[in-house]
Ligand binder design. Structure first.
Ligand SMILES: [Zn+2]
Length: 688
């Protein structure tokens, strides 16, 4: 379920990277810098009216959205810094002229080949042709089922990264079983749509109608470009098929719910989901010997399989051909790439211009060879002192969270004991994993950008399948070290804080503790709290989905959550478009609980001494400003609308406003009744 710290970017929306401000690390001094961006404050706004505009209005007023971005702010700016470092690493690999078969050589070849647009253009669609010929040869349902099975990839993650999107018919996730923490299981998820969610096909909202009209045109344009005759009519049939798939899907809120997951044996598929020839499907997916699965979305699997049985084979072949070209467009000739950008970039996200090819090549390389790049990254850019410092903060914030559990007045002793056991056995990974992936089986060929991207997906798939039948590794990492994010892993009762986020404006080695507890401390608290959000609280210390709550405690917890749902439902992003408090509940619980624990830990770190005043700001003022500035962002309207429709994270400015739920924020900024964010003490949501 919803796990990413701050941003879970939609898979569809472009990756990060850009011309970067320098990573300014002033000459080392003591831990007494203010950290807070004073020039970013807008003093014309009362903190009690909008804390986001107070903390970030100055910055927003002088910031312009670059044409090739959909979102900028703390996250993206840091991602740019990391990108510049990755560039150094990757260009270093290129210049090393390493021996074939080494990771250094893989990095170099992947990058230079992806970057070579002229070479890609010159090859034309040659790399695509064998795949299209294979699809074209399909004569019956058995062959169709096998072809669909061949597309299965490990491209979704419902538990950690909360990525539910795949253009393939289904998506696969491999991790320990929901109720069997000592057995690794394959989870099958709904898929098959080119747009992010069923609402894009079925909703009457004008924005959705506009986007799906453009999508239908995009399918036709792609078929035309591929030289498919009668493209508009065939595009219409592909679109109609996807609309039927969308009807079989569950929506974003239900899609997350782990209590709907069902264990299915191999034999259950034929019985419960007729249509697909499952023998052919699983054999082609290299899962022929697997007897036990978890159907993450059982209803949709049944519905989608029925469509494989009932819809014309010719339409399915067109659907496969279209999605293959669309999915791989970034490594096909420029006309394909531009066409895809026109829909997914321009229409879906409001992005005006494509990212420069070199930035996309960096992102693609860092994704395909994440641990190889990451290993070089941490060696060069992640000092042991930062790891120790953050380890210490994690320890203090975990202790603060434990204290809150000890003193919660509504919780029965049995529930409290389970909660304490869970927080005390949390596994926390900081910076990078204990062991690195081996890329020896991943063949990177110079001059074959398409094949490299294809084999990267196959490598990831094989890597995940190889976990089946082996002992569960609760120390497994789910982010690469150079990623600007953090994640809670409910099945492993573990957290990952990659080196990429342990940088300003989240962590600043020279800053006063008020800043670091407000920024990275609130991220740490957020991830710890995910273990106790509306979904995380369903998992025990071993990562087993099990109800360890007394009914009265669960009722209290649920009621507190509903107050937060109402608080976020009341925010109106655009006229008539409110936030989805239920979809965002886990993230919003994590924000308010994490911020509370981080503040406690900051206060404890003062050991009874008064906090110093720095730059005219008290300790609590700096703490809250650091938090709100970590959530500073400017987002295009189209991208924000897509986020509200499908993402578990509220847009950043409303995440910053959650300070209104903390008592200490009121005296710190002299917030009074009558101001827009003011909540009477009884209305402030306290979950933990
Ligand atoms: Zn989160």
């Amino acid at each position: 379920m919803r796990r990413f710290a701050l941003l879970a970017s939609l898979t569809l929306l472009a990756t990060t990277a850009a011309s970067a401000p320098p990573a300014h690390r002033a000459a080392a001094t003591a831990h007494n810098e203010i950290g807070v961006d004073l020039a970013g404050i807008d003093h014309s706004v009362q903190p009690g009216d909008s804390f986001d505009r107070y903390a970030n209005g100055g910055w927003r007023a002088r910031t312009q959205m670059p044409p090739d971005r959909t979102r900028i702010g703390s996250f993206v700016n840091l991602a740019d810094v990391i990108d510049t470092r990755n560039r150094e690493i990757i260009l270093g690999a290129v210049n090393a002229h390493a021996a074939p078969g080494t990771d250094t050589r893989r990095i170099a070849d992947y990058y230079t080949t992806y970057l070579d647009q002229a070479g890609i253009d010159a090859r034309g669609t040659a790399p695509l042709q064998p795949i299209l010929a294979h699809i074209n040869a399909i004569q019956d349902r058995r062959a169709l089922s096998a072809a669909l099975g061949e597309t299965l990839r490990a491209d979704v993650d419902p538990m950690n990264a909360t990525n539910f999107f795949t253009e393939n018919l289904f998506g696969l996730f491999v991790s320990q079983g929901l109720e069997t923490p000592d057995t690794t299981m394959p989870y099958l998820l709904q898929g098959g749509l080119g747009m992010p969610d069923r609402d894009y096909y079925l909703s009457d909202a004008p924005d959705m109608v506009r986007i799906r009209t453009a999508y239908r045109a995009y399918i036709a344009d792609m078929l035309s470009l591929m030289g498919v005759p009668d493209a508009p009519a065939r595009a219409g049939r592909i679109f109609d098929l996807e609309t039927k798939i969308a009807r079989a899907h569950v929506g974003a809120v239900d899609a997350q719910d782990p209590t709907k997951v069902e264990p299915w044996s191999r034999a259950d598929f034929a019985r419960r989901a007729p249509g697909i020839d499952w023998d052919a499907y699983f054999a082609a997916a290299h899962l022929g010997g697997q007897q036990n699965f978890l159907a993450y979305h059982p209803g949709p699997i049944t519905g989608i399989s029925a469509l494989v049985g009932s819809e014309p084979i010719g339409v399915w072949k067109d659907w496969l051909a279209f999605h293959t070209a669309s999915r791989m467009a970034s490594v096909l000739p420029r006309a394909y790439d531009d066409l895809r950008f026109g829909f997914y970039g321009r229409i879906m996200s409001g992005q005006q211009a494509q990212r420069p090819r070199d930035r996309r090549a960096l992102a693609a390389t860092s994704g395909a060879l994440g641990d190889a790049v990451g290993q070089l990254y941490v060696r060069r850019f992640f000092p042991a002192s930062a790891r120790a410092d953050v380890q210490n903060m994690v320890h203090n914030i975990t202790a603060a969270f434990e204290q809150r559990l000890q003193h919660i007045d509504w919780m029965a002793p049995a529930t409290r004991a389970e909660a304490l056991h869970k927080v005390r056995t949390l596994i926390v990974g900081i910076g990078y994993p204990d062991s690195w992936r081996n890329y020896a089986s991943f063949e990177v060929r110079p001059g074959d950008a398409f094949g490299n991207a294809w084999r990267a997906q196959e490598y990831e798939y094989r890597h995940q399948l190889a976990k089946l039948g082996r002992p569960v590794d609760r120390h497994e990492w789910w982010l690469f070290p150079q990623t600007v994010n953090a994640v809670n892993l409910p099945l492993q009762n573990a957290l990952n804080f990659p080196a990429g986020i342990l940088e300003p404006p989240f962590y600043n080695a020279h800053a006063d503790p008020a800043f670091n507890y407000g920024a990275i401390g609130s991220v740490i608290g957020h991830e710890i709290s995910h273990s106790f959000d509306n979904l995380g609280a369903g998992f025990d210390a071993e990562g087993r989905l099990r109800n360890w709550w007394t009914p009265a405690d669960l009722a209290h917890f649920t009621a507190a959550g509903q107050a937060l749902v109402r608080q976020y439902n009341a925010y109106e992003a655009f006229p008539g478009l409110h936030l989805n408090g239920q979809l965002e509940l886990g993230e919003n619980i994590a924000d308010v609980a994490g911020l509370s624990a981080a503040l406690d830990a900051y206060h404890a770190s003062l050991h009874g001494r008064p906090a110093p005043v720095i730059g005219g700001l008290t300790g609590d003022q700096r703490f809250f400003l650091a938090y709100a500035q970590a959530h500073r962002a400017l987002t295009r309207e189209a991208a924000m609308r897509a986020q509200i429709a499908t993402n578990e994270h509220a847009p950043d400015q409303w995440r910053a406003e959650t300070v209104r739920n903390l008592d200490a924020w009121y005296p710190a900024f002299n917030v009074r009744p009558g101001q827009a964010l003011y909540l009477a003490p009884a209305d402030r949501v306290r979950i933990w």
